[in-house]
Design a protein around this ligand. Structure first.
Ligand SMILES: Cc1ncc(COP(=O)(O)O)c(C=O)c1O
Length: 432
C-alpha cells in the first residue's frame, strides 16, 4: 500500500530479472514527525502492558487499581447487569446527551455525594456536569481553575499523589505544588507538615484532597484532622477540590466515605468535587463521572454550570450515555441501590480480608519487622515502602508487577497468592 510518505520504485536487479518479477523496493521520505520524541510509558498503565507481555505463569498484576474477584478476574456487578437489562428492555435511543449530561445521573451523583435532601441541593447551589469519569472531571475542573480563578492560582497536591494529578493540572497550564502528606517513618499522615504547608499557601490557592482512601498511600486524615483542615481552608481562604474516586471502597459504606466533602460543605465552604464511578460500580471503561461546584448561592451555581458547559463543549461536546444510565438506574431505584451497597461491601470486604492475610503472612515469615501498616491503610492500595530497586526485584525475579513508588493494589490479590507475595516482599526487603 502506498502512503503519503512512501514511494515504490523498481530496482535495477528486478528490472533485469524481467517483467514477471517486478518486485518493488520501498523508499521512505523522512517523516515530518521525525522530531516527535517517544513519550515514556504511563507509570500505572505501562505496568499492565508489561504484565500482559510477561509469560511467567506465576505473574501477578498489582499495578492498576481495578477490582478483581477471588479468581483475579474482572468483575461485573450483578446490579450493573440488572440495570443494563432494564435499559435494554426500555429500548432507548442513542441521541446526544445535553452538554451537562443525563439529568437523572446528575441528580443521583450529587445525592450520593452530599446525601439526598442536603440544603445545598434544595437551594440549587450545586453546579453539576457529567463528565468523562474521574480523570475527565478533574480535567474540566482544572480548565475551570485556569479560566476563572485569578491568574497564577496554584493547586496544592499531596506528596505523594495519584500519578495523573500533576499532568492534569500541568496540561491546563495550572501551576501545582506539593504539600507534605506521608510520613515514611510512621507510615502514616504527616499532619503537622500538611498543616504547615497549607498555612504557607497563598490565600486563594486550591487544595486538592482525596475524598477517602488516599491513592497511593491508603492513609486518610481522622475526623478531627479533617475538621482542622476544613477550618484551615476557611481561615486561609483556600478552595478545597475533592477527588472522590473511591466512595464506598474505603469502608464499604457510601455515607461514611463521603464524610470529608460533606463536612466541608456543612462548615460553609465552597468546594469543587470530581467524582468517578470506575471503582465503586466497576464501570471503568464506560467513563462515568461528574464535576461539581458547591457554591454559596444559586446564581453563582447557575453561572458556574454555564461555564463548565462552555469548557466541555469544545473538549468532548457531550458525555457518553450508557454508563450514566446504569449509574442513574441503580442510585435512583431503592431495590437496586440496596443491592449495590451490599455488593460494594463485598468488594471492600474482600480487599480488607486479603489485607489481613498479607499482614499475617508477613508477620509469620519476618516477625521482627513491623508490618502493621498493611491493615492501618485503607482502600484499594497498600503503600509498601519498597524502594524502586526492591520493586525491580519484585518484577524481574518474582513477576509481580507494581508501580515503582512501592504501591500495590490489593484488589489484584487473592488468598492463594498471599504467601507468594509475602515471600517476594521479604526477599526484596532483605536482599536489595
Ligand atoms: C485518586 C484518583 N483519582 C481519579 C482517578 C480517575 O479514575 P477514572 O478516570 O478511571 O475514573 C483515579 C483512578 O485510579 C484515582 O486513583
Amino acid at each position: 500500500m502506498q502512503t503519503l510518505h512512501t514511494r515504490r520504485v523498481a530496482g535495477p536487479q528486478q528490472v533485469a530479472a524481467g517483467r514477471s518479477r517486478r518486485a518493488a523496493v520501498v523508499v521512505r521520505a523522512a517523516s515530518r514527525f521525525a522530531d516527535v520524541a517517544q513519550a515514556p510509558p504511563d507509570p500505572i498503565l505501562g505496568v499492565s502492558e508489561a504484565f500482559k507481555r510477561c509469560t511467567d505463569p506465576k505473574k501477578l498484576n498489582l499495578g492498576v487499581g481495578a477490582y478483581r474477584d477471588e479468581n483475579l478476574k474482572p468483575m461485573v456487578l450483578d446490579v450493573v447487569r440488572k440495570a443494563e437489562a432494564k435499559i435494554f428492555a426500555a429500548n432507548k435511543d442513542h441521541e446526544y446527551l445535553p452538554i451537562e449530561g443525563l439529568d437523572t445521573f446528575r441528580k443521583a451523583t450529587i445525592d450520593l455525594l452530599l446525601g439526598a435532601g442536603h440544603p445545598a441541593i434544595k437551594d440549587d447551589r450545586v453546579a453539576v456536569i457529567q463528565s468523562l469519569s474521574g480523570t475527565g472531571s478533574l480535567r474540566v475542573g482544572a480548565a475551570f481553575i485556569a479560566r476563572f480563578l485569578p491568574k497564577g492560582t496554584t493547586v496544592y497536591i499531596s506528596n505523594p499523589t495519584w500519578g495523573n494529578h500533576r499532568n492534569i493540572f500541568a496540561d491546563e497550564n495550572v501551576e501545582w505544588k506539593y504539600y507534605r502528606y506521608f510520613d515514611a517513618d510512621t507510615v502514616g499522615l504527616d499532619f503537622k507538615g500538611m498543616v504547615e504547608d497549607l498555612k504557607a499557601a497563598p490565600a486563594g490557592s486550591v487544595v486538592l484532597l482525596h475524598g477517602c482512601a488516599h491513592n497511593p498511600t491508603g492513609v486518610d486524615p481522622t475526623a478531627d484532622q479533617w475538621a482542622a483542615i476544613a477550618d484551615l481552608c476557611k481561615e486561609r481562604n483556600l478552595l478545597p477540590f475533592f477527588d472522590v474516586a473511591y466512595q464506598g471502597f474505603a469502608t464499604g459504606d457510601l455515607d461514611k466515605d463521603a464524610f470529608a466533602p460533606r463536612l466541608f460543605v456543612d462548615k460553609g465552604l465552597e468546594v469543587m468535587v470530581a467524582q468517578s464511578y470506575s471503582k465503586n460500580l466497576g464501570l471503568y471503561g464506560e467513563r462515568v463521572g461528574a464535576m461539581s461546584i458547591v457554591t454559596s448561592d444559586k446564581d453563582a451555581a447557575t453561572r458556574c454550570l454555564s461555564q463548565l458547559k462552555r469548557l466541555a463543549r469544545p473538549l468532548y461536546s457531550n458525555p457518553p450515555t450508557h454508563g450514566a444510565r446504569i449509574a442513574a438506574e441503580i442510585v435512583n431505584d431503592q431495590e437496586l441501590f440496596t443491592e449495590w451497597k451490599a455488593e460494594m461491601m463485598g468488594m471492600a470486604g474482600r480487599i480488607a480480608r486479603v489485607r489481613g492475610e498479607l499482614q499475617a503472612a508477613l508477620e509469620a515469615k519476618y516477625p521482627s519487622k513491623d508490618w502493621s501498616f498493611v491493615t492501618r491503610q485503607i482502600g484499594m492500595f497498600s503503600f509498601t515502602g519498597l524502594t524502586p530497586a526492591q520493586v525491580d526485584n519484585m518484577t524481574n525475579k518474582h513477576a509481580i508487577y507494581m508501580t515503582r513508588d512501592g504501591r500495590i493494589s490489593l484488589a489484584g490479590l487473592n488468598s492463594a497468592k498471599v504467601d507468594y507475595l509475602a515471600e517476594a516482599m521479604i526477599d526484596s526487603v532483605r536482599n536489595h
